[in-house]
Ligand binder design. Structure first.
Ligand SMILES: Cc1cc2nc3c(=O)[nH]c(=O)nc-3n(C[C@H](O)[C@H](O)[C@H](O)COP(=O)(O)O)c2cc1C
Length: 199
């Protein structure tokens, strides 16, 4: 099967700080690799908190839009902060919503994880928590290379510019590996067909 000229990816982060470093990481990928990737950055801040009874009502526009975009994407890039060694509530809530949507947008969806933290470890723990969550949704998280950006405030300027060459190289290498991995993965699971929605 032919690979796409350009990967259509969806970028998610926790979206609750105007100057979020994880948002900067996604923006860096979007702007530096636009010849390879069409990265749609979706703002999850309007996604309401999940309620069981909400499933009986029409889904809000944000939820339906996200499910549709995710279903039409070749894969996800999740850039997450770590909150108290775990997944920030908004991001987890969004994944919970998507796990309940009729088009099953997370099912077998390739996922690249990256995390940035002002702490030393760069979000190692949140990535392992996220792997467990994406196991439950039967998504496909790329195993390696793993990228944890510790002390991110020393590696990105306040204007969102990546000032650390090594970090820039790690991100580039991870992204290239994600593309290669998706291509080989598609040979088995046909996830790169033009219509990638799993209805
Ligand atoms: C409620 C809260 C909990 C946090 N817990 C952790 C943590 O467990 N580990 C860590 O490395 N950083 C932790 N941090 C610091 C974040 O890594 C830091 O604020 C980071 O910049 C958040 O990502 P953002 O810039 O994308 O919003 C925490 C921050 C907040 C607000």
């Amino acid at each position: 099967m032919a690979s796409p000229q350009k990967f259509r990816l969806l970028g998610l982060t926790n979206s609750c700080r105007a100057s979020s470093y994880n948002q900067m990481v996604l923006t860096h990928i979007k702007t530096h690799f636009e010849d390879l990737v069409d990265l749609h950055l979706f703002d999850i801040s309007k996604i309401p908190f999940y309620e069981d009874r909400a499933e009986a009502f029409p889904f809000s526009n944000e939820i339906s839009d996200l499910a549709a975009l995710m279903g039409q994407s070749h894969g996800l890039i999740v850039a997450s902060p770590e909150y108290n060694h775990s997944v920030p509530a908004r991001l987890k809530n969004t994944i919970d919503w998507m796990s309940r949507m009729p088009n099953k947008p997370l099912l077998r969806r390739p996922v690249m994880l990256i995390s940035a933290s002002t702490g030393q470890l760069g979000g190692v723990r949140v990535q392992y928590e996220l792997r467990r969550v994406f196991d439950a949704t039967d998504s496909r998280v790329m195993i390696k290379p793993e990228v944890f950006i510790g002390k991110v405030h020393e590696k990105f300027s306040l204007a969102g510019v990546c000032t650390d060459q090594e970090t820039g190289a790690l991100i580039k290498n991870q992204l290239q590996s994600f593309f290669d991995w998706m291509k080989s993965y598609s040979l088995n699971l046909n996830c790169l067909e033009e219509d990638v929605t799993h209805q």
